[in-house]
Design a protein around this ligand. Structure first.
Ligand SMILES: O=C[C@H](O)COP(=O)(O)O
Length: 256
């Protein structure tokens, strides 16, 4: 049985005041043994978040890391620095980085190895664009994105030690969510791809859904057998919405 994981990706939003307000609301409700929770604030607020969250069950994650270990890389943040700050998770290969920063599958694979080397849990984001879906290439894209990362780990001591987030690009921030059936099909396919490496390990890997997950669609999505949690963007900036999604993941009634 895989434990559900709900991750809030704050993207490039917030300021010190809103960060503290959100943390206060989320951190106050953390006795949730039924599901794992993490938030990924902008880099500059990681330390502030760590100070507040260290006394709670909410884990800290970053939104990216450098593929390099250290050195003359102006503006970059290393895996070691994130671990030093108390991060447990890191998002890698988010479609916004693939699109706006030209990150390819090989870059994502190198970053995944960097994360694992310092004990971070990488959340590798995959997903097809609308054009790719419409031209029948969804499974080709997912299979390639998974294969490049999984291949890189084959010889590693960290074989299959990652989390996957399936985020159809057309559903991100659009208000259009994949139906639970469409999402489940993609998740089951991703698990099949992982099973080519190890059937046993593929059953352990958590696969999160991301893309306009909200309190009203979360229960149906999270009830699907291969959907092991959510990667939440917009709704994670609203404490009530985020907590309602946590309640859905924990199988509880939403608390208003
Ligand atoms: O990382 C989160 C995803 O990009 C989903 O964002 P969204 O919930 O705003 O659609």
């Amino acid at each position: 049985m895989r434990r559900k994981l709900v991750v809030g990706n704050w993207k490039m939003n917030g300021n010190r005041q809103t960060v503290l307000e959100l943390l206060g609301a989320i951190g106050a409700r953390t006795a949730r043994p039924e599901c794992d929770v993490a938030i990924c604030p902008p880099f500059v607020y990681l330390d502030l978040c760590e100070r507040v969250l260290s006394a709670t069950a909410v884990a800290l994650g970053a939104q990216d890391l450098s593929e390099h270990a250290n050195g003359a890389r102006t503006g970059e943040v290393s895996a070691t620095m994130l671990a030093d700050l108390g991060c447990r998770y890191v998002l890698l290969g988010h479609s916004e980085r693939r699109t706006s920063h030209g990150e390819c599958d090989e870059t994502v694979a190198r970053k995944t190895l960097r994360a694992l080397a310092v004990g971070l849990n990488p959340i590798v984001c995959v997903g097809e664009t609308w054009d790719e879906r419409m031209s029948g290439r969804t499974y080709d894209v997912l299979s390639r994105q998974i294969r490049v990362v999984a291949d890189a780990l084959t010889e590693s001591e960290h074989f299959m030690s990652f989390t996957v987030a399936y985020e159809p690009v057309w559903a991100i921030g659009s208000g259009v969510t994949a139906t639970a059936t469409v999402a489940q099909q993609a998740h089951a396919f991703i698990r099949q791809c992982l099973a080519r490496y190890s059937a046993t390990a593929s059953q352990r890997v958590r696969i999160l859904y991301g893309g306009s997950m909200k309190p009203d669609n979360a229960p149906e999505l999270l009830a699907m057998p291969d959907i092991d949690g959510g990667l939440i963007g917009g709704a994670s900036l609203d404490a009530q919405q985020f907590l309602s999604i946590l309640d859905a993941a924990a199988g509880l009634e939403a608390v208003q």
